[in-house]
Design a protein around this ligand. Sequence first.
Ligand code: SF4
Ligand code: SF4
Length: 197
Amino acid sequence: MFSVLKQVGDYAKSTIQAAKYIGQGLSVTFDHMSRRPITVQYPYEKLIPSERYRGRIHHEFDKCIACEVCVRSCPINLPVVNWQFNKENKKKDLKDYSIDFGVCIFCGNCVEYCPTNCLSMTEDYELATYDRHELNYDSIALGRLPYKVTQDPMVTPLRELAYLPKEVLDPHDLPSGSRRAGKRPEDIIKETETLSQ
Ligand code: SF4
Ligand code: SF4
């Protein structure tokens, strides 16, 4: 008798939980039903990527000391560092540096561990080519100045949807001077410094 009552109790509990989850799912559906579709007229309009977006890697050839830390920290040992030992100053001379973006997983490990900060992740996401071998960037391609949506005179930059202020659903209707949602990275750094003092 006791076990039957326990089974009925469990069943009722599961039913209530299932109804709660269905309700949660439907609330998201109904919320979207009241929204109008937003069209970003790419490539004339582009969304501004988030500050921590991990796009094409930029390499500063003159700052690189050919230490190969980036190769060791890369999960697939991807960067190719071509250097020659200079007997006069007993240092490595960098000859060429390349990363194949057809293989790179954009994890950012190499950027994180580079001791001279000569690597950085850019906002550049338009890497599509017809030939995958063209994704193997040499030091000249890696050294090209990073593309920025906000600095392209041909493009209307739109605020990324996740950063729209509360109650604003369309980046086209953004009131001028409105603050973006969430904290900016510099605000977070300032807060962390204050807390650590
Ligand atoms: S870790 Fe930095 S300095 Fe060292 S080889 Fe790689 S890019 Fe150059
Ligand atoms: S981003 Fe990651 S996968 Fe790409 S080269 Fe750097 S460490 Fe390797």
